[in-house]
Design a protein around this ligand. Structure first.
Ligand code: SF4
Ligand code: FE
Length: 480
């Protein structure tokens, strides 16, 4: 099946019969379940915008394999321009959704695997890259949504995968057969997992020789026997189950919708295996995937922050504070922080380069720096938003109070702001700010694409401290 439109996408999810649990119960149709609808709507934008003339150039690309027009989320970057368009696209989609639209994870997994299978084959004479190209052609033709499966549960963090009390705490090859492998384990925090079609599994970290069964890269359809998804709770998730105001962004939710994806003895044919024990490439694949996902964050979070800035400016107007100098100053600061993270994403793209596979790769040091700034600036943007919005953000009555025949009039009267602004509009904007700057949304900015410490590890490796010491010695006249 080829997925073109939003309706095609939703139909494909309805039909795929994958196993998803929500709050202890199996969900037979996620497309009609309120917990999943906002995330489906957000991901659907990646299909919808590719068909809109004004976004076509950003949201579509030409396949370097077939010459066909494809959705950019299935494309392998062929130039610096492709890297920059990716970031611009993410900012544009975030303007429409105000939340995570999830599909970048699979996009980055495709690109990282493309580059790395090429390098593994060069060293070992394996046939992973051609296999992967066949898979990629299928994905480009069908336009399926992929979840990039990197993070393993990891159990005791002080122990290597093979030292864990339970050897499935890292996803592994449990059995090698003539026709394929049996895998066991799980992937955690899988953004968009419930509404994707495939998972592209990658190793979670650098693996040593003893852990060769964990140096695994393979693709699995999410409806394969033995794949089970368990949906994660989010801040205020019960607000999805009624009304339209209290959720803040009822149509698109607040983050991507994450699942724990379990592989309970899942069979993977060799055609879908792209690394099986080449431990020396596990770290390379992790680093490439991480760099490409960190490249994104000034794009999507920049776009989300634009919406927060707009919401704060509106809240100030509705409350009569828009002329106060401290409010103007805070809005200016929020814009500065937003453009700073965006500039990071653009710069690592502009400084990108061609890898031996032909695919383009962003500058890794700058990409890590971008994501690291996001872990700080988004919190600061949220702090400023809370400051501008006021304490009412934390004490507003329910939507049902506003609509109540008995007490609605009091909510109307006492939550009113500037004359002429309907109270309901003020509440809607404040709920949007609450949704976009709280709980789960902030944690996602901290840990999505890797926690700050993972970026600092990259500074130590890529920061060229020896070269910098030499510069200092030379200027200070210090001899060795
Ligand atoms: Fe894409 Fe941003 Fe969501 Fe990651 S957090 S999947 S980059 S929208
Ligand atoms: Fe993320």
């Amino acid at each position: 099946m080829e997925i073109k439109t939003r309706d095609d996408y939703i139909k494909s999810l309805k039909e795929q019969g994958h196993v998803v649990y929500y709050n202890g119960e199996r969900v037979t149709d996620i497309t009609t379940h309120p917990a999943f609808i906002p995330h489906i709507n957000a991901a659907a934008k990646t299909y919808e915008m590719a068909l809109m003339p004004e976004f076509e150039e950003l949201a579509s690309a030409t396949s370097h394999l077939t010459g066909e027009k494809i959705n950019r989320f299935t494309h392998i970057h062929q130039s610096i321009d492709d890297l920059i368009k990716k970031v611009q696209l993410l900012r544009a989609i975030a303007h429409e959704t105000g939340s995570c639209f999830q599909r970048c994870v699979g996009f980055d997994a495709l690109n990282a695997t493309y580059m790395t299978t090429y390098d593994i084959d060069k060293k070992y004479g394996t046939n992973y890259h051609n296999r992967f190209i066949d898979y990629l052609k299928m994905i480009q033709r069908t336009n399926k949504m992929i979840v990039g499966g990197m993070t393993d549960p990891k159990g005791d963090r002080s122990k290597a995968p093979h030292e864990q009390a339970d050897s499935d705490l890292f996803t592994r090859i449990a059995e090698r057969r003539d026709d394929g492998i049996i895998i066991r384990g799980a992937k955690a925090h899988q953004t968009g997992g419930a509404n994707s079609h495939e998972i592209l599994i990658m190793p979670t970290q650098f693996m040593r020789e003893e852990d060769r069964d964990y140096a695994l890269c393979c693709a699995v359809p999410l409806n394969a026997p033995g794949v089970i998804q368990i949906f994660g709770r989010q801040t205020n998730d019960e607000r999805k189950f009624g009304g339209s105001i209290d959720a803040g962004n009822a149509e698109f939710g607040l983050v991507g919708g994450e699942t724990l994806i379990v592989f309970d003895n899942v069979f993977v044919p060799w055609e879908r295996v792209f690394m099986a024990g080449e431990t020396d490439f596990s770290g390379v694949l992790v680093e490439r995937f991480a760099t490409m996902h960190r490249q994104n964050y000034g794009g999507c979070k920049g776009g989300v922050s634009d919406v927060v800035v707009g919401a704060c400016a509106l809240a100030a107007e509705m409350q009569g504070t828009q002329k106060a100098s401290h409010v103007k100053e805070k809005l200016a600061e929020m814009i500065h922080l937003t453009e700073t993270i965006y500039a990071g994403s653009i710069s690592c793209s502009a400084m990108g380069y061609k890898t031996p596979s032909g695919a383009y790769y962003p500058d890794p040091l700058l990409a890590n720096c971008t994501k690291h700034n996001v872990t700080r600036h988004i919190y600061e943007i949220a702090r400023l938003a809370h400051d501008i919005a006021g304490g009412i953000l934390a004490t507003m009555p329910f939507e049902n109070d506003l609509k109540s025949p008995e007490i609605g009039k009091y909510v109307e009267k006492y939550l009113a702001g500037v004359q002429g602004v309907p109270t309901e509009n003020r509440i809607k904007i404040l709920r949007l700010i609450e949704n976009m700057t709280g709980g789960t949304a902030l944690v996602e900015s901290m840990h999505g694409a890797g926690s700050p410490q993972t970026q600092k590890v990259m500074y130590a490796r890529l920061g060229k401290i020896d070269m910098k010491k030499k510069m200092a010695k030379k200027l200070a006249g210090v001899q060795d």
